[in-house]
Design a protein around this ligand. Structure first.
Ligand code: GTP
Ligand code: MG
Length: 479
């Protein structure tokens, strides 16, 4: 199996080589782990690791236990780092191969030294996701489970992590298994009719269309609907603060983050670049973006060109937002600029924050003629009043009030959803052709094949190399 110049899985009959990588993030840490996997793993581990106490059977390390000792440089016999070491025997390891994990002190220099020693013993540096790829090739993880590992690593919020864990437990694969069975059952009947044309007259097209609908298409549609409804739980959301200059966007940005991230100033036009920071809304991961002030009057001043660049960036971020948080100054009468910002945010999910509630209100929420369907909350970035309600309202607006997915339930990620949409469209076309009875069965067969191929890109059955390559390339090195 090759893709371009990179061999992603060993060709049939070729013994796998032994790979190694630092599996913990770069920089200084409490511990750092070097992972080794493949046929040479034990030999490398035994060459580099000197236990502090002898093992009951010399040369036979106790399995799956943390053993104390030192990594030594075998050429000089000198210790490089004090470590805990674990030996795993195939197939009882993450990769299903013989593996060794060396947990050293997390400093980059010591870790690199251990890695170099492993490379010197005949290992090669692992590619991104290669340990998990081996778990997939070794049959320990299905493709959707392997993909969930990447989701778990990338998860920012508690909910994302929980969904990824459900994916790792095979939640999505379990829901797709009956879909595959349904498609295969109908495909088998159609293939038989193609192979034995004399039986063609007996092919019950409308009956098969119903079977297809009930057993495959309806459950597939449910998986996709759930993903659409609960997408933000799995992937987080982007919330963009927008408003005229000086409305208090940056102040509110800082107040929501709980730290002074953005510069705040009483002169209008303080913020130019869009600033983005992660924020947890009661467990829901989101990205909060502060932007430059929008509106006609914002073009004044000596730096009109720079201001315009800031506004362009703001408009661009606003157009990509899952939700815009329009900030209005409650202590000043509404201006034409405010109306312009409201118009720019219209037609998409938005929430209005009427800021500076610590000052005397200059206008009432009712008489201001605010757009219907956009909830408005009075808040004060200075005192924090109303911020709790704002966070709750943001979460409700982003999730559409949907309850959190129950524990153990897995959602399709974006890549998977696109493939499943193709499977559904092809399956629906097959059902439509079957229901009409007067269409050539070969066409039905082609659509079913297309549906099964698209499904394979998610459950891994018959998934092409490019898809597997694409999935594992998103991993970090060491996983
Ligand atoms: N009293 C009061 N003043 C506020 C509040 N929030 C912001 N301000 C003041 O309003 C002014 C503008 O605040 P910023 O947060 O810089 O406003 P901005 O919308 O980011 O402004 P630009 O970046 O210029 O578009 C500053 O003087 C803030 O101290 C608030 O809740 N109460
Ligand atoms: Mg600002």
């Amino acid at each position: 199996m090759t893709t371009g110049s990179t061999r992603i899985c060993p060709a049939a009959g070729t013994p796998p080589d032994t790979i190694t990588a630092v599996s913990t993030p770069g920089g200084q840490g409490g511990i750092g782990i070097v992972r080794i996997s493949g046929p040479l793993a034990w030999a490398v581990g035994l060459a580099l690791f000197r236990p502090s106490r002898p093992w009951p059977e010399p040369g036979r390390p106790p399995l799956r236990r943390l053993l104390h000792g030192h990594v030594i440089d075998p050429s000089v016999g000198e210790p490089v780092d004090e470590v805990l070491c674990a030996f795993f025997q195939a197939p009882h390891s993450y990769t299903t191969q013989d593996s060794v994990e060396l947990q050293g002190h997390g400093g980059p220099a010591a870790l690199m030294r251990v890695l170099e020693l492993a490379l010197g013993q005949g290992c090669r540096l692992a590619r991104p996701g290669e340990f998990t790829l081996r778990a997939y090739v070794g049959g320990r993880l299905a493709l959707d489970q392997a993909e969930a590992v990447a989701g778990l690593i990338a998860a920012q919020g508690e909910m994302e992590a929980r969904l990824a864990l459900a994916g790792l437990a095979g939640g999505l694969g379990r829901r797709l298994a009956p879909v595959r069975q349904g498609l295969l059952a109908v495909a088998a009947a159609v293939e038989a009719a193609i192979d034995f044309p004399e039986d063609l007259a007996e092919l019950d097209g409308p009956g098969l269309a119903r079977t297809l609908e009930e057993q495959a298409l309806a459950p597939l549609a449910t998986v996709l609907e759930e993903r659409a409804r609960r997408r933000v739980f799995a992937e987080g959301a982007c919330v963009v603060l927008a408003g005229r200059p000086n409305a208090g966007k940056s102040s509110l940005f800082n107040a929501l983050l709980g730290r002074e991230r953005a510069i705040v100033h009483h002169l209008a036009g303080t913020t130019r670049d869009a600033l983005e920071e992660p924020l947890l809304l009661e467990g829901l991961a989101c990205r909060l973006v502060d932007t430059a002030g929008l509106g006609v009057g914002a073009a004044q001043g000596a730096c009109a060109g720079l201001d315009e660049l800031g506004r362009q960036a703001a408009r661009q971020r606003l157009s990509q937002a899952d939700l815009s948080l329009v900030v209005l100054d409650g202590a000043e009468p509404l201006t034409a600029e405010d109306r312009e910002v409201l118009a720019q945010a219209a037609g998409r999910p938005r929430l209005l924050a009427v800021n500076k509630s610590d000052l005397a209100p200059a206008w009432g929420l009712e008489e201001a003629g605010l757009p219907a369907g956009a909830p408005a909350l009075r808040v004060s970035a200075h005192t924090g009043a109303g911020l709790g309600e704002l966070v709750a309202a943001l979460k409700t607006a982003l999730t559409g009030g949907q309850p959190e997915p129950p524990p153990g339930e897995a959602l399709a990620n974006q890549r998977q959803a696109l493939a499943l949409e193709r499977a559904l469209a092809a399956g629906q076309e097959a059902a439509r052709l079957l229901a009409r009875s007067d269409q050539p069965v070969e066409l039905v067969s082609l659509e079913l094949e297309e549906a099964l191929l698209a499904l394979g890109e998610v459950d891994g059955q018959g998934a092409p190399d490019e898809v597997i390559e694409e999935i594992f390339s998103k991993f970090c090195v060491g996983k």
